[in-house]
Write a protein that binds this ligand. Structure first.
Ligand SMILES: Cc1cc2nc3c(=O)[nH]c(=O)nc-3n(C[C@H](O)[C@H](O)[C@H](O)COP(=O)(O)O)c2cc1C
Length: 324
């Protein structure tokens, strides 16, 4: 079942999707978190953020719509209060970060650098409004996206940890494992420039791409005549966007065959995951399906094992990109 995403080997191609599995071990009662590929936690900023007004989630035909607004206590508190529980479950942990400006991403990743040896990768969520750039989303602009990824790369490369020198008994700076921490850039499908943006963020230092975040959407209540979400619009996810994810992965793989991809969008059963891998994904993430069934990641993983046996597939290398 093992797959490689760049330099990272995962025991399974099934990961959780950011924002759908909590910040820590919330799913542990339902899924053996050490058995899945990795747990990607909800995106975190360097600061505490309250998120959007309720209601924040709503079911729609074929999925759900959400405008949670990236609520969280910030990276420092996560490192102190939530990472240890998740690690105690034996999970491989991917920390997702967000920000309003480049410097927010830098601050968040500098904190993560202090626990780099406990992380599998850092996922950079670029679907955030850029306050220094007329509130456009980073992920919709190649140059802005590349700048964030380059800043995260530089912050990791420049990070040092201190250790006690055996000779002098004094703290000395040493190169930290942060330098080697893989960066996964998570992109938005709400743009016609996905292929360019994918190439540019990889050149800026992303080791892999996560495709895709939610699709912009809205639902209006015909009784109240108002949008159902407190924020008005939101992000559409689930089965409704699966074909968008497959197309995004397929097109990016065709244009940039050397860049590892993690596919995400509407994976609710094993065949959906296989479809994304055939399109070119090295691994997949499961999001909205977990809201319908908290055991979804484990069930999809078992389904993939059965699918492999049924089709005489010995390794995922036979499947990844095979639709091209
Ligand atoms: C309630 C909810 C919260 C989400 N929060 C985040 C987040 O914090 N960071 C992020 O990168 N993506 C977030 N996403 C997007 C998912 O990670 C995923 O990209 C998207 O939902 C598509 O996958 P799915 O159809 O399997 O849900 C969120 C999605 C949902 C439904």
């Amino acid at each position: 079942m093992a797959v490689r995403v760049g330099n990272v080997t995962l025991p399974s191609p099934v990961l959780t999707a950011s924002g759908t599995a909590g910040h820590s071990d919330e799913l542990a009662a339902y899924v053996d978190l050490s058995s899945i590929g990795a747990v990607v936690v909800k995106s975190m900023a360097s600061f505490e953020w309250k998120g959007n007004p309720a209601p924040r989630l709503h079911a729609v035909d074929g999925g759900m719509i959400n405008a949670v607004g990236l609520q969280g206590n910030g990276v420092e508190k996560w490192i102190r209060d939530e990472l240890p529980q998740l690690r105690a479950r034996g999970a491989r942990v991917v920390a997702s970060i967000w920000g309003f400006r480049e410097s927010d991403y830098e601050s968040a990743v500098r904190s993560l650098a202090t626990v780099a040896d406990q992380l599998t990768a850092v996922e950079v969520n670029l679907s955030c409004p850029n306050l220094d750039h007329a509130r456009t989303m980073f992920a919709h602009d190649a140059a802005q996206s590349a700048r964030v990824v380059a800043a995260v790369r530089a912050a990791l490369a420049g990070s040092v940890s201190t250790s006690e020198s055996a000779v002098t008994n004094q703290s000395v700076p040493t190169h930290s494992p942060a330098n080697a921490l893989p960066i996964w850039a998570k992109l938005s499908p709400n743009t016609d420039r996905l292929i360019d943006i994918a190439g540019v963020v990889a050149s800026a230092g992303a080791d892999a791409l996560v495709l895709v975040n939610t699709v912009l959407g809205m639902q209006i209540d015909t009784e109240t005549r108002r949008p159902v979400l407190g924020n008005g619009g939101g992000g559409l996810s689930g089965s409704a966007i699966h074909a968008v994810a497959v197309r995004s992965v397929f097109d990016v793989r065709a244009a940039h065959p050397q860049i590892p991809i993690i596919g995400v969008g509407g994976v609710a059963r094993a065949e959906h995951a296989v479809e994304l891998m055939l399109a070119g994904a090295n691994a997949v993430q499961v999001g909205t399906a977990t809201f319908a069934d908290p055991r979804a990641t484990a069930k999809i993983q078992h389904g993939l094992q059965r699918w492999m046996r049924r089709h005489g597939v010995a390794s995922w290398g036979e499947i990844i990109g095979a639709a091209h």
